[in-house]
Design a protein around this ligand. Sequence first.
Ligand code: ADP
Ligand code: MG
Length: 236
Amino acid sequence: MIEVDGLVKKFGDTLAIDGISFTVYDGEIYGLLGPNGSGKSTTMKILSGILRPTEGKVLVGGIDVAKNPLEVKKIVGYVPETPILYESLTPSELFNFVGSIRGIPKNKLEERVNYFVKAFGIEEYLEQFIGTLSFGTQQKVSLITALLHDPHVLILDEAMNGLDPKTARILRELLLEFKREGRSIVFSTHVLPLAEMICDRIGVIYKGKIIAEGTINELKEKAHEENLEDIFLKLT
Ligand code: ADP
Ligand code: MG
């Protein structure tokens, strides 16, 4: 579903991504695990068609992200690290707005909004201004907007941060359902136990490079390796 090959991203003189390659298969949750500043968010933005790569090739569902970011956005749901929301809209207004720019049929939109609003339990906040809601509720609204168009790929940037345990459990169940339907998820985190709980395979990212990759068990076997041990200490 996702193929990243030799990805490089520079911001001026800063080399944020320094030659990353990885593959995410259908029905897989791939974790990007690394400390702050390692390049997770930059990678996620490139995968969602928001940032253009400096070098390298990224295919999402067979579509070249650099050549066709708008087509990629149709099949990707992206949840940014910090919710980018319209503070003076209510969740209801935002969902309708997303529905209209995404061209989601009205009955389909209504059905999906109802489903996710109920799943996340935010019924009572639908008519309040988003700017007045707690961070956790804003995060739920952000998650719902990413799911409304029925994406094939979900890009979740530190999406469990600030969620209460109940919501984290609900999100985890949604992710497992998404996966069972053969869809793919990229899940970034700086928290090792979270990656362990959620991801099928993990790429450990450090200073813009993937320095190790595998299942959590494979990584634990390699954990004594010099660099990896240091990084794991930072992540637990
Ligand atoms: P992470 O999400 O793992 O914390 P980021 O992808 O946000 O890491 O950042 C990787 C590196 O790129 C950092 O050194 C960060 O300062 C730099 N960076 C990210 N975005 C920008 C930007 N828009 N302009 C300049 N530097 C950036
Ligand atoms: Mg980040």
